[in-house]
Write a protein that binds this ligand. Structure first.
Ligand code: ADP
Length: 495
């Protein structure tokens, strides 16, 4: 059964069950309640319900009996005495009538009881009972009769109680119940509408969203409209959709990156291979006729093969980085000595490229760090090789390597006076396969993975890296790493 059908069934149940119970009670009321009126007061009108009125009237009659016992019969003929007695009944909505042959006392303050007086005057009225129900012209009454014997002859006292306000008729009750039923049904319809709004609608929206996700549309946005459980569920669902979307996008990006890489690799391999083939043909066909020319051709072939070798190495390494399988060998590194060695190596390399190296290492002798010397070396040489690749043709190349310590932070800055990086490219240079337009057009042979590897290695060392650059002036990359506090560490491990 669908949720909306269930809601209808529940709501109908809520209306129908009380209705059935109400009808049963009405039936019982109609059949049984008038019995006491009929038996005690001879009232045949089954449209009248007695509720508690009869009990109340009986108790007033007992009160009258008691007062008559306490009062000598002669005094009961005295209107002043009756007036006093009448007072006690008035507050209960009843009054006394005193009769000998005529009415000698009328306790009704409004004197509007002519029909009662007329009725009582009939000697047969109380012939076979001492209390009765009188429908009256405009009001229904319960009338009780007490006879007493005075010296002057027989007399009667009547207790009259107007029950129009307290004897509700069945018709009136049915009318009231009809209104209640209408209110119940109307209320249920409103309730059903509300339930549909609160339950069925959000459920439908969720269902719609789930269906569109199942069909592959991850853009179907759910906006939680309430802060109840449905709102929370929608919020969680929306969070799930966003995550799914971002992971699908990530997957797509990865696939595009892979395709791009494949394209780049083919291109980057094709260029040196074409060159090698050209030079080999040159030697084979005798274009390189002199031994010097042949040696030059061979040197170029060697360099191209070397470029390819490096590219393949870098790709193999990239695949390790990409799959988090990089084998690190972390050791304690004396920072100052390590970078001094780097300087020595770089100086020779850079001299061949006609670059000057400006070296500044202010780190204290004893400072150490934990790292993989080989991978850190890879980081430095990647950055330096970029500085060489993106050198400015207008001036002699200059590379600065500055290492300083700020408390527990090690700051390694590598700067150059190369072509610089445009602002729009700067935030992407650490992304995989990202190459700026200038680097593409410069045909530098870059594949856009060098700096992504650099970033990964620095982060795996618990550090971070960022770049600053001014197009046309140069670029500075800064790495921040942690120093290793030997003392503290040993104390910690002692504990
Ligand atoms: P690539 O193999 O293309 O050099 P990298 O990941 O090493 O890839 O660098 C990404 C991009 O960042 C490069 O294509 C280049 O545009 C830019 N870049 C990196 N270093 C420098 C630098 N020192 N000067 C100018 N541009 C640089």
């Amino acid at each position: 059964m669908r949720l909306s059908t269930k809601l209808v069934v529940v709501t109908l149940g809520l209306v129908i069950i009380p209705l059935v119970l109400l009808t049963a009670s009405l039936f019982l009321l109609r059949v049984y309640r008038p019995r006491s009126l009929r038996l005690g007061y001879g009232q045949e009108d089954t449209n009248i319900m007695n509720i508690n009125v009869i009990r109340r009237f009986d108790s007033l009659m007992s009160q009258l009996d008691q007062q008559m016992l306490d009062t000598p019969a002669e005094k009961l003929l005295d209107p002043a005495v009756l007036s006093l007695m009448n007072e006690s009944f008035r507050k209960d909505g009843a009054y006394l009538l005193g009769y000998t042959e005529t009415c000698y006392f009328n306790g009704d303050s409004s004197d509007s009881n002519e029909d009662v007086l007329y009725y009582i005057a009939d000697p047969d009225a109380f012939a076979d009972r001492d209390k009765l129900y009188f429908a009256g012209l405009s009001h229904p009454y319960l009338i009780g009769c007490r006879r007493f014997a005075a010296a002057s002859g027989p007399a009667s006292l009547y207790l009259v109680c107007d029950v129009s306000g307290s004897l509700p008729s069945v018709t009136r009750l049915i009318f009231l119940i009809g209104i209640s039923v209408l209110a119940l049904v109307g209320g249920s319809i409103v309730m059903l509408g509300w339930l549909r709004l609160k339950f069925a609608r959000p459920m439908k929206e969720l269902q719609e969203a789930a269906r569109s996700i199942a069909e592959g549309n991850l853009d179907y946005e759910l906006v939680p409209e309430s802060d109840d459980e449905f709102g929370e569920l929608m919020g969680t669902f929306e969070e799930m959709r966003r995550r799914l979307k971002s992971s699908a996008e990530e997957q797509l990006r990865y696939e595009q990156d892979s395709k791009l890489l494949l394209g780049n690799i083919s291109h980057d391999l094709k260029t040196p291979i074409t060159a090698i083939k050209g030079y080999v043909e040159g030697i084979r066909d005798g274009v390189a006729s002199s031994p010097e020319k042949q040696a030059k051709y061979l040197a170029t072939i060697y360099n191209k093969a070397d470029d390819m070798d490096k590219l393949v190495d870098q790709l193999a390494f990239y695949s390790l980085v990409d799959t988090n399988r990089m084998p690190y060998h972390f050791v304690k590194i004396p920072v100052r000595a390590y970078f001094d060695d780097c300087r020595d190596e770089l100086t020779t390399e850079l001299e061949a490229q006609e670059f000057d190296l400006i070296y500044d290492n202010s780190v204290p002798e004893e400072t150490k760090m934990i790292g993989d010397p080989e991978q850190l070396h890879r980081v430095i040489s990647n950055i330096v090789s970029n500085s060489v690749k993106y050198r400015s043709r207008n001036r002699r190349g200059q590379i600065g390597l500055r290492i300083r310590q700020e408390e527990e932070r090690l700051l390694i800055e590598l700067s150059d006076n190369g072509i610089g990086i445009e602002k729009k490219d700067l935030e992407h240079i650490f992304d995989r396969f990202y190459r700026s337009d200038t680097s593409r057009s410069a045909a530098t042979g870059g594949n856009g993975i060098g700096l992504s590897i650099v970033k990964k290695i620095v982060e795996d060392h618990g550090g971070r890296i960022w770049a600053e650059s001014r197009p046309g002036e140069g670029t500075k990359l800064t790495m921040e790493l942690r120093t290793y506090e030997e003392k503290n560490h040993e104390q910690n491990t002692d504990r």
